[in-house]
Design a protein around this ligand. Structure first.
Ligand code: NAD
Length: 481
C-alpha cells in the first residue's frame, strides 16, 4: 500500500515515530494509502529546515522566487490529469470538477503569486521640505499554513504561494482526510528545484501535527482555513504568542432570488451554488430565499434540475454528484436531515443515503436534498451543514430578505439575483458578507479580497491582502535637511 511521506528540508522522509494514519477513499469506504502521523519532532525538523533556508530565500530577488513558483505552476498543469484523478479519489469529488476547477486553480495560485510579488510596491509619504517616510515590507519569516479537505490542493496552494512569493519559508499541513495531492505537490517542488527547506509539508492529524505547528514559537504567523471551532481554538492558542492570524472559517450563505431576476439563469447557477462538490464548498448558498411571487415557478424548475443530478462513482465522467468526504461527515449531514424533519420541514427532494452497485457499494453517497417550510430562525437554517442540503423560503419584502440573510453568526458569502441595479447594490451593501455575488456565483478574480465577516473569519486572503499578511511593515523616516 502507498505510504505518503513528509517533505522536509527538500526530501521525502518518513515520520520520526514511524506511525501512520489510514487514508480512506470516500467512494469505496476502503483504506487505500497511509499518511504520516507526524509529531512535534517532525514539526521541529520542518521548522529548523525552514529557518535555515530563510536567509537565502528572502534575499533572492522577487523575480527569481517568482520564476520558481511559475515553474511549479507549469508542472501542475503538466500533471493535470494524474492530479485530478488523485484529488477525486482522495476527496470523493467528481473527477470532472477536479479537472476543471481544483487543479487548474492550484496552478493559477502559483502563477498568480509568482508574478504578483514583482508588482508589490510599498508606500511613500512625503512631507514637503520636512521628511520622507517610506514603508518597507519584510517577509515575516517562517509561517504555518493549515488547510481543510474540501478543496484540497486549491486551498493549500492558495496559502503557500503568497507566503513563498514574498520571501517567507513555510511549514504546511494539508487535511489528514485528503493528503494525497499535497504529497504529489512535494514531488513537483523537488522537480522544480525549489531550494531545500523553503517549503516543508508535514502530514498528520489536527490535534497532533496541527497543534505542534500552531504552538511552535518560531512560527510567526498562521494562515488557517477550516471550521469555526478549530479557528477559535487556534486563535486562543496563537494569539497570546502574538502570532499573526488569518482565519478563513465556516459559512451559512444566503442566496436571494428577486422576482425580476433572469429565472432560468438563477435556477441554473443556484443548482451549482447549492450542490457543487456535494455542497462542500464554504461558499455554497444553502439558504435560498425567493420572492413570493416567483416561489412556485422557481421551486418547480429547481426541483426538475435536482432530479437530473446523477449521484455516481466520482471517477466516471457522467457523475454530477460524488461521495461525501467521510463516513463521519455523511452521518453529520444525515443528522441535520433528521433535524430538518423534527423542525417541521417538508422534504421536497432527496434526504437519503445512496447505495451504489459494484466498487462504490460502501461509499459515502447522499441524495441532493431540498427542504421547504422551515423558519429562518431554526437550527437547520442557522448552523453550517456543509453538505448537499438546501432550504427554500419565500419572502415578501427586501427588508425581510436582508434581515433573514444576515440572521446567522456567519458572514462569508451571499448571492443576489435581480435585474434592478439599484437594488443589487443597495442589498449588497446591507449584507454582512465578506463576498457578494450579483447574478453569478463563484466568480473569482484572484486580485480581490477573499474572506468572511463575523464568525466566518478574521483577515482576508487574495491579491495584495495576502502579500500584506505575510509581510511586516516597517516605517522609516528620513528628516530632510
Ligand atoms: P477542520 O477545522 O476540522 O480542519 C481544518 C484543518 O485544521 C485540518 O488540516 C485539520 O487537521 C487542522 N486542525 C484541526 N485541529 C487543529 C488544531 N488543534 N491545531 C491545528 N490544526 C488543526 O475543518 P475541515 O472539516 O477540514 O473543513 C471544513 C470547514 O472548513 C468548514 O467549516 C468550511 O466552511 C471551512 N472552510 C472555509 C473556507 C473559507 O475560505 N472560509 C474554505 C473552505 C472550507
Amino acid at each position: 500500500m502507498l505510504k505518503l511521506q513528509n517533505y522536509i528540508n527538500g526530501q521525502l522522509v518518513p515520520p520520526a515515530a514511524g506511525r501512520y494514519l489510514d487514508n480512506i477513499e470516500p467512494a469505496t469506504g476502503q483504506v487505500y494509502s497511509l499518511l504520516p502521523d507526524s509529531n512535534t519532532q517532525d514539526v521541529a525538523a520542518a521548522v529548523a529546515a525552514a529557518e535555515a533556508a530563510l536567509p537565502a530565500w528572502r534575499a533572492l530577488p522577487a523575480e527569481e522566487r517568482g520564476r520558481l513558483l511559475v515553474r511549479i505552476s507549469e508542472l501542475i498543469e503538466r500533471e493535470l490529469e494524474p492530479l485530478a484523478q488523485a484529488e477525486s479519489k482522495d476527496n470523493g469529488k467528481p473527477v470532472s470538477l477536479a479537472r476543471t476547477v481544483d487543479i487548474p486553480r492550484a496552478a493559477s495560485n502559483f502563477a498568480f503569486f509568482g508574478t504578483a510579488a514583482q508588482h508589490f510596491a510599498s508606500e511613500t509619504h512625503f512631507q514637503e521640505g520636512v521628511a520622507l517616510n517610506y514603508t518597507v515590507r519584510h517577509p515575516l519569516g517562517v509561517v504555518g499554513c493549515i488547510s481543510p479537505w474540501n478543496l484540497p490542493l486549491y486551498l493549500f496552494t492558495w496559502k503557500i504561494a503568497p507566503a513563498l512569493a514574498v520571501g517567507c519559508c513555510v511549514v504546511a499541513k494539508p487535511s489528514e482526510i485528503t493528503p494525497h495531492t499535497a504529497f504529489l505537490l512535494s514531488e513537483l517542488c523537488i522537480e522544480a528545484g525549489l531550494p531545500a527547506g523553503v517549503l516543508n509539508i508535514v502530514h498528520g492529524a489536527g490535534p497532533g501535527t496541527g497543534q505542534a505547528i500552531i504552538e511552535h514559537p518560531a512560527i510567526k504567523a498562521i494562515s488557517f482555513t477550516g471550521g469555526t471551532k478549530t479557528g477559535e481554538h487556534i486563535a486562543r492558542t496563537a494569539a497570546p504568542m502574538f502570532k499573526k492570524l488569518s482565519l478563513e472559517l465556516g459559512g451559512k450563505n444566503p442566496n436571494l432570488i428577486f422576482a425580476d431576476c433572469d429565472l432560468t439563469e438563477a435556477v441554473n447557477i443556484s443548482i451549482r451554488s447549492s450542490f457543487a462538490n456535494q455542497g462542500q464548498i464554504c461558499l455554497c448558498g444553502s439558504r435560498i430565499f425567493i420572492e413570493r411571487s416567483i416561489y412556485e415557478p422557481f421551486k418547480a424548475a429547481f426541483l426538475e434540475r435536482v432530479a437530473g443530478l446523477t449521484v455516481g462513482d466520482p471517477l466516471e465522467a457522467g457523475s454530477r454528484q460524488g461521495a461525501l468526504v467521510s463516513e463521519a461527515h455523511l452521518l453529520k449531514v444525515l443528522s441535520y436531515i433528521e433535524l430538518a424533519h423534527e423542525e417541521g420541514g417538508t422534504l421536497l427532494a432527496g434526504g437519503k443515503r445512496v447505495h451504489l452497485e459494484g466498487r462504490c457499494a460502501n461509499g459515502f453517497f447522499l441524495e441532493p436534498t431540498v427542504f421547504e417550510g422551515l423558519t429562518p430562525e431554526c437550527r437547520v437554517n442557522k448552523e453550517e451543514i456543509f453538505g448537499p442540503v438546501v432550504t427554500l423560503t419565500p419572502f415578501d419584502t427586501e427588508e425581510e430578505a436582508i434581515t433573514w440573510a444576515n440572521g446567522t453568526d456567519y458572514g462569508l458569502a451571499a448571492t443576489i439575483w435581480t435585474r434592478d441595479l439599484n437594488r443589487a447594490h443597495r442589498v449588497a451593501h446591507a449584507l454582512h458578507s465578506g463576498i457578494v455575488w450579483i447574478n453569478t456565483w463563484l466568480h473569482r478574480d484572484l486580485r480581490t479580497p477573499f474572506g468572511g465577516m463575523k464568525n466566518s473569519g478574521v483577515g482576508r486572503e487574495g491579491g495584495l491582502e495576502a502579500l500584506r499578511f505575510f509581510t511586516e511593515p516597517q516605517s522609516i523616516t528620513l528628516k530632510l535637511g
